[in-house]
Design a protein around this ligand. Structure first.
Ligand code: ADP
Ligand code: GLC
Length: 504
């Protein structure tokens, strides 16, 4: 089975968040199951410096008015995972970020840039590119690839089957309707049952409406986004997909995120001997200019600094946390006003609060290893990966009961501690008092070393590897194409059916 995985991000070629982690780890897990999977990504300048064995595989014909594009093939570093980058000086060869310029403004031609990503995906799908490889399934991710299922609907049979995964319903790729002539979509689709969304063109809606199957990244988020509270206006569209929609929980790349081998850590450690974790903590305290004290509870937050991640509530909780004689270390970037407010609070509470504004992959690993507690609250969370990394690193997460957070963390109560199922601290309401109460419970247990150690072991022994979930995607693909399943995938097919029924 051949699968083309289309995405705007994949670690380490391009990353702003969890989408990138998933779009590396899932294709790798599929490849290990024997699926012939290739990725298609925009050719951001930095991506070329990170792929191995780069070579030009095709000069692309003029499409959507773009005549300067070529496909550059290569593999992900240290793997044999194949990727094709769309090289286009007009659309992708520029400085700044993936979606924004250095001032933080969205690129004015994002509609065209990601329509072109979809258009090239279609060219590969219908053998227009003559690369000698045609997929059986297209797996399109998030709004950036949302037009691809629609474009394939417009094309003649035979065409590959399509799966669309929404990693976050809040990011919709909505543009004014005057982009229509430049994005290769016929005006007949600009209707309510098509891609029209409150007077705009919505790339997310295109993916949700026109893919053969739709998935999201956790079972709980799947049940949430059919409701107005979480559906971001698209709840009816998702609901209408009925049994063609399901939630499959993300996994983690347990080779990249393994405290026993992580090259970024001052000291490696494992479940059976976590003494190295203390050394990681003192190294981070030194690095961040916090008082060095391995016994003082250290609370980490590595995240986009946004309303989704409750960064405003964390900001409000900092003076209280400082009063509890705990330390907080923050690595993140996002909303400029929240960044400024955090910077100001850090100055006022410099003995207890440390902050690095920016994006820093090694530091994210170091923070996970050094912290005792990880803050991962959210107003909504499709899956969330940082709480999964925290569990693996013996860092107990504080999360809100929503989306993938609800699916992956078990609250520490007297019962769950006794039956050894507890892995973290879970609260219900998205407000300051609830967050403080959960952090308070964590700090109280931290002062009971034996119980804390037991919780750490419990957390570190959870299995969130991709094996089970990759099998579910494989089952989905084979369901669509009729390609035979392996015995393992057969079991996953049953699990998928149960998930589908639960979602509908
Ligand atoms: P989301 O994708 O919604 O931001 P996830 O928890 O799924 O949330 O994934 C976040 C990913 O981004 C994780 O790999 C996390 O380590 C990483 N990350 C977030 N902020 C930073 C940062 N400032 N520096 C380095 N890595 C970061
Ligand atoms: C999005 C979501 C996050 C999820 C990630 C990968 O960024 O916000 O919850 O873990 O995608 O699926």
């Amino acid at each position: 089975m051949r699968v083309l995985f289309v995405t705007a991000e994949a670690y380490p070629l391009a990353k702003t968040g969890g989408l990138a982690d998933v779009c590396r780890a899932l294709p790798l897990a599929l490849m290990h199951r024997g699926i012939d999977v290739r990725l298609l990504l925009p050719g951001y300048p930095r991506a070329y410096t990170r792929i191995e064995r780069p070579r030009i595989v095709a000069k692309l014909p003029t499409m959507l008015g773009i005549s300067d594009a070529t496909l550059v093939g290569g593999v992900f570093p240290d793997t044999n995972l194949p990727v094709m980058l769309i090289d286009s000086p007009t659309l992708f060869r520029r400085g700044g970020g993936l979606y924004q310029d250095i001032e933080g403004q969205d690129w004015p031609d994002n509609a065209q840039r990601f329509a072109f990503l979809a258009r090239v995906g279609m060219a590969v799908a219908v053998a227009e590119t003559k690369i000698g490889w045609v997929p059986d399934v297209i797996h399109a991710n998030d709004w950036h690839a949302g037009l691809l299922p629609l474009m394939l609907r417009q094309s003649a049979e035979p065409r590959p089957k399509t799966v669309f995964t929404t990693h976050n319903m809040a990011f919709q790729g909505n543009f004014p309707t005057d982009v229509l002539p430049s994005i290769g979509v016929s005006p007949e689709f600009l209707v309510d049952g098509g891609i029209e969304f409150y007077g705009q063109v919505s790339y997310l809606k295109a993916g949700l409406n026109y893919a053969d199957r739709v998935t999201t990244v956790s079972p709980t988020y799947a049940s949430e986004i059919v409701t107005p509270e979480f559906g971001c206006g698209m709840e009816g569209i998702v609901r209408a997909r009925g049994a063609d929609f399901s939630g499959i929980l993300n996994g983690i790349d347990d080779a990249l995120w393994n405290p026993a081998t992580d090259p970024y850590l001052a000291h490696n450690y494992r479940e059976s001997d976590i003494s190295g974790k203390r050394a990681c903590k003192t190294a981070l305290q030194r690095e961040f200019g916090l008082p060095i004290d391995p016994d003082k509870p250290l609370i980490g937050f590595v995240s986009r600094i946004t309303h989704q991640k409750m960064a405003d509530v964390i900001l409000a909780a900092l003076p209280w946390i400082a009063e509890q004689d705990a330390q907080v270390a923050i690595v993140g970037e996002g909303d400029p006003s929240l960044e400024a407010a955090l910077t100001e609070t850090r100055e006022r509470y410099a003995e207890n609060v440390a902050l690095t504004v920016g994006y820093d992959e090694p530091l994210a690993h170091q923070l996970q290893a050094a912290s005792d507690i990880l803050l991962a609250p959210a107003r909504f969370e499709p899956c969330g990966l940082t709480q999964l990394y925290a569990l693996r690193y013996g860092t107990l997460p504080v999360v809100r009961r929503t989306g993938g957070l609800a699916d992956t963390v078990v609250d520490a109560t007297a019962t769950s501690i006794a039956d050894r199922s507890a892995t973290g601290f879970v609260f219900d309401d998205a407000d300051l008092e609830s967050l403080k109460s959960a952090v308070g419970r964590a700090l109280a247990l931290y002062r009971e070393p034996l119980t804390w150690r037991r919780l750490q072991i419990q957390a570190m022994s959870q299995n969130f590897s991709w094996d089970a979930s990759a099998a579910k995607y494989a089952a989905l693909y084979s369901d669509l194409t009729g390609a035979p399943l392996t015995e393992e995938d057969d079991e996953a097919e049953t699990a998928l059916e149960i998930a589908r029924q639960a979602a509908s």
